[in-house]
Write a protein that binds this ligand. Structure first.
Ligand SMILES: NC(=O)C1=CN([C@@H]2O[C@H](COP(=O)(O)OP(=O)(O)OC[C@H]3O[C@@H](n4cnc5c(N)ncnc54)[C@H](O)[C@@H]3O)[C@@H](O)[C@H]2O)C=CC1
Ligand SMILES: O=C(O)C(=O)COP(=O)(O)O
Length: 403
């Protein structure tokens, strides 16, 4: 039975789908790192993670028969995607399943910050009655700057407009503005006119440390900052200083430069105890709806890859959707994308006596992926050749009777 390991409390829906497909599924509530991750990678064929398990090149180097990696979330910056591809391992995610959950949380936080609710609720819990309108504003008529106008950012824009907010966005790609949202030409212009700034960029070298002391200084005095993207996008010490100085009026932070790998580990942040600051434990996408859907979506992608070799939706791999097997066996082959690779594969197949019923090739960067349906099962010698010979990375056979 194919061994599957699901980490970080991946939803029951994923377990059910994989288990019903006859796979041997093990679950763990927390993230793994170091030796524990290396050992897990060495013994599984399908690995499921969320945002807290960092699968870098070193972690991939321990794999022995890992077929695919499922990120049961949107972001994939916790995985060295190139290292995965070099090892012939496709990585899948769920690009829209928790979009709405993040957008709703952000809108709620914008309203709470503008009304200074984090501060008021802390005082009320401490027995202090702080009734008053000082520093409390409606969202209607205020400007929200959306930094990163992708799936989440544009949803936030739509919801913000429904509240009567003005939406300005900044993105490095040209984007279709929804409603009456306006594109800004620079980060500085976007944040400079906003009452609320919300970050929805991926973790990349360009977004690491994007919100510096200098950027915070451009903001309107008293603006609110929301970060539900990735922790390293904001210089957290600079944010603390800007909050202390009143330059930033409040913040809602869901993601942190260093996050605990499980609920049993302590949480440290310079922002703990800061006034008018909402701190949440990376729960932007943590709703029942999102987690159920993510469980189904990513598990289905893993199963489809296992049973047919389909790499549809893979984030690091050539995409092929080959459909049902048409011959006696399907051969999946991953190779270095170089002239003559397909010819060498087909020569090896012919020398093995196999006739090709159907063949699909796709390349992406340095990687080539070929799915070939054959009129006979390839020999062990052929498989050894297609794995060991220079230029070939890995091969796998799927038989129709095992699907
Ligand atoms: N807090 C949470 O639980 C969650 C956090 N996330 C984070 O949110 C991020 C965004 O998610 P989506 O909207 O689905 O991604 P997306 O890929 O649809 O949108 C990201 C946008 O950022 C833009 N962008 C990239 N680099 C930029 C830069 N340097 N400056 C300005 N714009 C830039 C892209 O062009 C794109 O339009 C994810 O990468 C993930 O890190 C996602 C889901 C849940
Ligand atoms: O989907 C994402 O990118 C997230 O950040 C959510 O991560 P999580 O699944 O809650 O660890």
């Amino acid at each position: 039975m194919t061994p599957v390991l699901l980490l970080e409390g991946i939803h029951q829906t994923a377990y059910d789908l994989l288990n019903q497909a006859g796979l041997d599924v093990e679950r763990q509530p927390s993230a793994l790192e170091g030796d524990a991750l290396a050992e897990a990678i060495a013994r599984t064929q399908l690995l499921g993670i969320r945002s807290a398990t960092h699968v870098d090149a070193e972690a991939f180097s321990h794999q022995k028969s890992l077929l695919a990696l499922g990120c049961f979330c949107i972001g994939t910056s916790q995985v060295d995607l190139d290292a995965g591809a070099r090892a012939g391992i496709p990585v899948f995610n769920a690009p829209f399943s928790n979009t709405r959950s993040v957008a709703e949380l952000v809108i709620a936080e914008a309203v709470l910050l503008l009304r200074r609710i984090p501060e008021k609720t802390a005082l009320a819990h401490a027995g202090v009655w702080a009734k008053g309108a000082a520093g409390a504003y409606e969202a209607r008529g205020k400007t929200i700057a959306v930094i990163g106008y992708g799936n989440i950012g544009s949803q936030v824009g739509v919801l913000a407009e429904a509240l009567g907010m003005r939406v300005v966005y900044y993105d490095v790609q040209p984007k279709l503005p929804l409603g009456v949202a306006r594109g800004a030409t620079s980060l500085r212009d976007a944040v400079g006119e906003a009452d609320v700034i919300t970050l929805h960029v991926p973790a990349t070298p360009a977004t690491t440390g994007m919100i510096t002391a200098e950027v915070l200084a451009y903001c309107k005095r008293g603006a609110m900052l929301i970060n539900a993207s990735r922790g390293k996008v904001v210089d957290i010490d600079a944010l603390k200083a800007a909050l202390d100085a009143g330059q930033i009026g409040g913040a809602a932070i869901d993601v942190f430069p260093v996050e605990p790998g499980s609920n049993s580990q302590p949480f440290e942040s310079p922002l703990r105890g800061a006034k008018n600051v909402i701190l949440t434990p990376h729960i932007g996408g943590s709703t029942q709806e999102a987690q159920q859907n993510i469980g189904i979506e990513v598990a289905a992608k893993l199963l489809n890859f296992l049973k047919t070799g389909a790499t549809t939706g893979a984030v690091n791999f050539p995409e092929i959707s080959p459909g049902a097997i048409t011959g006696a066996a399907r051969l999946l082959n991953v190779h270095g994308n170089a002239p003559g690779a397909l010819a060498r594969l087909n020569t090896a197949l012919a020398e093995d006596g196999a006739n090709i019923c159907a063949q699909h090739l796709q390349t992406r960067g340095e990687l080539g992926y070929v799915v070939t349906d054959l009129d006979r099962r390839p020999s062990e010698a052929l498989l050894a050749r297609l794995t060991g010979e220079s230029g070939f990375i890995r091969s796998r056979v799927i038989l129709p009777e095992t699907v």
